[in-house]
Ligand binder design. Sequence first.
Ligand code: CA
Length: 297
Amino acid sequence: MSSVKVESVVKVNAMIGEGPVWEESEQTLLFVDIIGQKIHRWSPTTNQIQSVETGDTVGFAVPRSSGGYVAGVGRSIVAVDWSTQKMTSLVDLDEDKPNNRLNNGKVDPVGRLLAGTMRKEEEQMERKEGALFSVTSDLKVTKHLSQVSISNGMDWSLDQRTLFYIDSLALTVDAFDYNVNTGHLGNRRVVYHLEEGEGLPDGMTLDAAGRLWVACYNGGRVINIDPATGVRLQTIPLPVTKTTSCCFGGPDYSDLFVTTASLALDQSEIRQQPLAGNTFKVTGLGVKGRPSHSFSG
Ligand code: CA
């Protein structure tokens, strides 16, 4: 039996740490602080953190195959040159919704970027003004879903024919049939409904065995779900409540990195969870993840 170990490895106390991506070529972990308006890159070997200020909320940052990154800053998809810290806007989304911002984004198996949006103000998220878009290499934008509350976790099945998707306030992990050639989504269904005490489903990743690891915001845990049966196989408790997202990484993809948030904790909560906002490493899970994809644009 493996023994699971959870440790705080990136001590950034992010306001909302999110969007972890393992960069195989650099052996580094890329992640964002959405409200802290920063993109961070952490090296486990040197324990050094490099950061770029984005000047507005940043929902995600992902590698770009032509070099650097693309990030979701405010409502814009921007190209980020890491060495010069220069950002260039590529395309704007939700132009008719100035109170929206980009949230989670991820690149599909053929290099298409999927990026979701949400209302900025917490008390108005139930208005479901968010959406899910795709952006192709030639910057063609398609809106796939509207009436989304908080567009969050995404990942694709091993055969690339299913997109798993989380709209957080629905409290479910959903699946769509996915056409990787066209990007078309169809046949939405619920894979898992969160139970009392599990919090809100947030970011997620699929492992090499085809199972989902879902970070539960306000649930202080990551849950492992078999999407074929809808059964929860395992719960990994963390010492902080606002667990936001996760990805596998490390030299052989056997480490699960979990981002967390410290936003809106009160004084007693901050005393109880001084590690809030740090990024954690979970080892001993006995499963491996898969490499991330780079945006082809
Ligand atoms: Ca999120």
